[in-house]
Design a protein around this ligand. Structure first.
Ligand code: 2AL
Length: 182
């Protein structure tokens, strides 16, 4: 059976959704790494998920992605966070990650009042924790995101770190599922 060619480093929106499981399974390691990086930019996770190939089906790949490199460090989280725009700030650009982010944040809407509350919440979160507020936005309304933001503002920094890791991983799994089923 002919394998579909795996798209190299995604650089345009159209490459962001190219791929598929067969292509991912068959890709040379560097191309597989490039395929995974827009999901979450953490090398240890990328290496483990790439090394687990071939996967029998998408569910098996996603199961591996859920458990790979379970212990992300604070430095790894910060590096991965740096690639996420703030909630309410539309990612500019034509690259794959910007396109994914815009789609994920589509439920946030454009209501000026909501935008202002998000700006205030983001500011309060950054003042307290020194990093961007991150949440898996796909499937969440602006009100749900604002409510989660207010809850998380009550966390200590120690309580907040595993929440960030969980949200980053949720985003990664959803992105990977999208790439593998495109
Ligand atoms: C994002 C984003 O771009 N996509 C998503 O699910 N969350 N950003 C963020 N700051 O939480």
């Amino acid at each position: 059976m002919r394998q579909r060619k795996l798209t190299p480093v995604p650089s345009t929106p159209s490459t962001a959704v190219d791929g598929g499981l067969a292509a991912f399974n068959a890709a040379p390691l560097p191309a597989a790494r490039d395929f995974l990086r827009p999901c979450v930019d953490i090398d240890r996770w990328i290496e483990e998920v790439a090394a687990g190939r071939p996967y029998a089906d998408v569910a098996a790949a996603l199961a591996a992605a859920r458990t790979a490199a379970p212990d992300w460090t604070e430095a790894e989280l910060d590096a991965a966070l740096a690639r996420h725009p703030r909630i309410g700030e539309r990612a500019a650009g034509a690259d794959a990650e910007a396109a994914l982010s815009r789609r994920e944040q589509s439920g946030v809407g454009h209501d000026p009042d909501v935008q202002e509350r998000l700006r205030e919440g983001n500011r309060a979160y950054e003042d307290k924790f020194g990093r961007v507020f991150l949440i898996r936005a796909a499937g969440r309304s602006a009100e749900e995101i604002l409510s989660a933001l207010q809850d998380r503002l009550r966390h200590t920094p120690e309580e907040e770190l595993p929440v960030i890791a969980g949200q980053l991983r949720e985003i990664a799994i959803l992105r990977l599922e999208g790439l593998l089923t495109a």
